[in-house]
Ligand binder design. Structure first.
Ligand code: GAL
Length: 711
């Protein structure tokens, strides 16, 4: 490999890391561009691997004499990045105001010797004992009034002004020391924002936040319809702070408050770091692997960050490739640009009901799946387990003896493949013709009142996502308010909340030639979680020329048939009617509860240069597949590849003049794939091939030349 020149033209000094310095400068510029327009690639410096493999590393847990051996093993595994520091506060500031960052500087210098770049985590997820003992107001209180205590992590109160002063101070100190360090490529704020606080001071902040938002209690009382159950508020300080069981308006506002509070918590540290850090150093935070169910809005949280990153864990069992792929697409959509997997499991975790291990080869498939969906880095958690502490049983790359575990060889293979394919994957990214729309407000409002306990929104998303992926299409999952031009087809499986501005945005997309398909429960609520006085889809009734007469929670299957095929609906069914003469019925219910019998289940209408369609039921998989085929045909979505064996997943990253296809065999049998054009097999000696055979857990990375103009 020639990837690490010792002297970069743009930096007079050290090794691998200023390769990264240049790259990150470019990344920062591109990030700015990406916020305003389409996704931008994250790697541009040709001297650095476009794909980075790495690990979480905790030098503070080990004697310094051991560090070099760890880093040498990482280098031998072709790792080029470590994340350090995110739980090391008691080592960085052993007593109030006494800082010791020299050890970290020495660890970074050693990493540099091994061509390993560093991401520094600010340690604010785990405050030291001296801090919370002296200042108990920095501790978090749960919804039952219980104060967290030292000995675990996440015991801090995210809204505490005092805690934020300490956070700003430690983050600022780190940035003063390492903000110009050529080996430090980025920053991670805290670790997996998770637990909010319900202490009296936070309650007051919530009340002030509401006052700022509504200005008057009359407005709040009206939007929350507080005449109901005598909930009317006469003073701001009467308003409770609850996360469950309250007025739906209050519950939704609490999530908005949680989002704003985490965003402020993060902002304080971003500001402290940016005072000293060079712009080339990115700032991110690692969003937890259960990102789907967090209580804050990731589109908002990542707005202030340069890079989205998340922690991708399987837990018990094997990789659910459809679900995991959807999660990657969801994360890519937060900033609509390539992202990092900041943590992933080396085989097994310690927190699942049964901590099974990924099969041999599955870790490699998972790493390549991340890349296929737009990640540019994957870091294992963790390198080596502390000899004591709560996570002794977690999967690691080296054992308690410091020697490689069995998984190390598979990870080494991934590292060498990342190095090998980096030149071809540079500046490539997924490009989609189809988008799925998401909105946290909609997700939360349905979660608060699912009306059918089997209504699982992630499952609904996957039911819409799967048939698109089975057609081998790249799928973007984006915020409902994101720019939609460029998408031929946009589907919105559960936009429960459609305020007037969002309705206007969607209508404009349709009128300009887009094809929009709304799913069940669309347009029922406004931004205050109040029922739209119009029936569903609320402000889009006139565009659709149809509406929902009534919704029904189902405990059995209802027959559905029509021009698109026949099958069943379960869990949820809406009785639709057409209001305009040009609104067509595509599917009808068969005999069921009498109310639904022979009533429309799916209607469509041409509008402007495009079309709007409403599907009011959760369909079985074969019928959903047929409905999806109809959507794709109507929107003229072009195929991106030939058809594939069922267990083979296709991912596509597009660059200028070439396209990369990543094929993953998730099945237990070998799979033969005939390629639609001659391609270069990048993992197998750059051979020109017309077909590939994938072993179980097999991966192929193929490059197709598409000419000077690309695509
Ligand atoms: C993550 C966390 C890590 C580690 C890991 C174990 O959620 O960020 O610090 O605890 O889980 O799987």
């Amino acid at each position: 490999m020639t990837m690490i020149p010792m002297h970069e033209p743009c930096e007079p000094t050290r090794s691998f890391l200023h390769l990264t310095a240049c790259r990150l400068l470019a990344l920062a510029c591109l990030a700015l561009y990406a916020v305003a327009s389409r996704p931008a690639p994250a790697q541009t410096d040709p001297s650095v691997p476009a794909l980075l493999l790495g690990s979480a590393w905790y030098p503070e847990q080990w004697p310094e004499s051991r560090w070099d051996a760890d880093l040498a093993l990482m280098e031998a595994a072709h790792m080029h990045v470590v994340r350090v520091g995110e739980f090391a506060w008691s080592r960085m500031e052993p007593a109030e105001g006494q800082y010791d960052l020299d050890w970290l500087a020495r660890a970074i210098r050693l990493a540099e010797n091994h061509h390993i770049a560093v991401v520094i985590g600010t340690p604010t997820d785990a405050p030291p004992a001296w801090l919370t003992v002296k200042y108990p107001d920095t501790l978090r209180m749960d919804e039952n009034g219980r104060l967290a205590q030292h000995g675990g992590r996440r015991q801090f109160n995210y809204s505490s002004p005092r805690y934020r002063v300490f956070c700003a101070e430690i983050a600022g100190r780190l940035a003063q020391r390492f903000g110009h360090d050529p080996d430090v490529i980025g920053w991670q704020i805290g670790n997996e924002y998770t637990d909010e606080s319900f202490d009296p001071a936070t309650r007051t902040l919530f009340q002030q936040w509401l006052q700022h938002r509504y200005s008057t209690l009359d407005a709040l009382n009206q939007h929350w319809a507080t005449a109901y159950w005598s909930q009317t508020y006469d003073r701001w300080d009467e308003i409770p702070l609850v996360a469950t069981g309250g007025n739906p308006g209050l519950l939704l506002e609490h999530r908005h408050f949680v989002t704003d509070t985490w965003r402020d918590f993060q902002r304080v540290q971003i500001d402290a770091i940016r005072k000293s850090a060079e712009p080339r150093q990115f700032i991110t935070t690692n969003i937890g692997g259960l990102a789907w169910s967090d209580h804050f809005d990731h589109y908002e949280i990542t707005r202030d960050l340069d890079l989205a990153s998340w922690d991708d864990y399987v837990g018990q069992g094997q990789l659910d490739s459809m679900r995991n792929g959807a999660m990657h697409d969801f994360v890519r959509g937060w900033k609509r640009m390539p992202f990092w997997v900041m943590e992933t499991q080396p085989g097994s975790v310690n927190w699942a009901p049964i901590n099974t291990t990924l099969n041999r080869g599955e870790t490699r498939v998972m790493a390549w799946q991340a890349i296929g969906h737009g990640a540019n880095a994957a870091l294992y958690w963790q390198w080596r387990s502390a000899l004591n502490g709560q996570e002794q049983y977690h999967g690691t790359l080296v054992g308690p003896d410091g020697e490689p575990m069995p998984i190390y060889s598979e990870v080494t293979q991934i590292g060498s493949e990342f190095e090998r394919t980096s030149p071809a994957l540079r500046d490539t990214q997924p490009v989609a013709q189809v988008a799925i729309l998401e909105s946290y407000d909609s997700r939360w409002t349905i979660d608060f009142q699912p009306h059918n306990r089997n209504y699982d929104e992630l499952q609904v998303l996957l039911d819409w996502y799967r048939p698109l992926r089975l057609k081998n299409l790249t799928v973007d999952i984006v915020n409902a308010s994101a720019p939609l031009d460029g998408y031929k087809l946009v589907v919105a499986p559960g936009l429960n909340v459609i305020p007037p501005e969002l309705a206007a945005h969607l209508r404009a997309y349709v009128e300009q030639g887009g094809h929009l398909v709304l799913g069940p429960r669309s347009g029922m609520k406004d931004e205050y979680n109040s029922l739209n006085p119009q029936r569903q889809p609320g402000p889009l009734v006139s565009a659709l020329g149809g509406r929902v007469e009534q919704y029904y929670a189902l405990d059995g299957a209802v027959p559905v048939s029509g021009a698109l095929g026949s099958g069943t609906a379960t869990i949820w069914a809406e009785q639709l009617t057409t209001l305009a003469s040009d609104t067509r019925v595509l599917l009808r219910y068969g005999k069921s509860n009498g109310w639904l019998d022979d009533q429309p289940a799916m209607v469509t209408r041409s509008l402007g240069k495009g079309s709007i369609t409403y599907l009011g039921a959760l369909l079985d998989a074969p019928l959903m597949q047929q409905a999806t085929a109809w959507m794709l045909a109507g929107a003229h979505v072009e195929p991106e590849f030939a058809s594939l064996p069922l267990d083979v997943e296709l991912c596509r990253r597009v660059g200028t003049g070439h396209t990369i296809y990543i094929l993953l065999n998730h099945g237990a049998q070998p799979a033969e794939v005939a390629l639609p054009a001659p391609m270069t097999e990048l993992l197998q000696g750059d051979a020109q091939v017309r077909a590939v055979t994938l072993a179980p857990e097999g991966v192929a990375v193929l490059e197709e030349s598409t000419g000077a103009t690309g695509r």
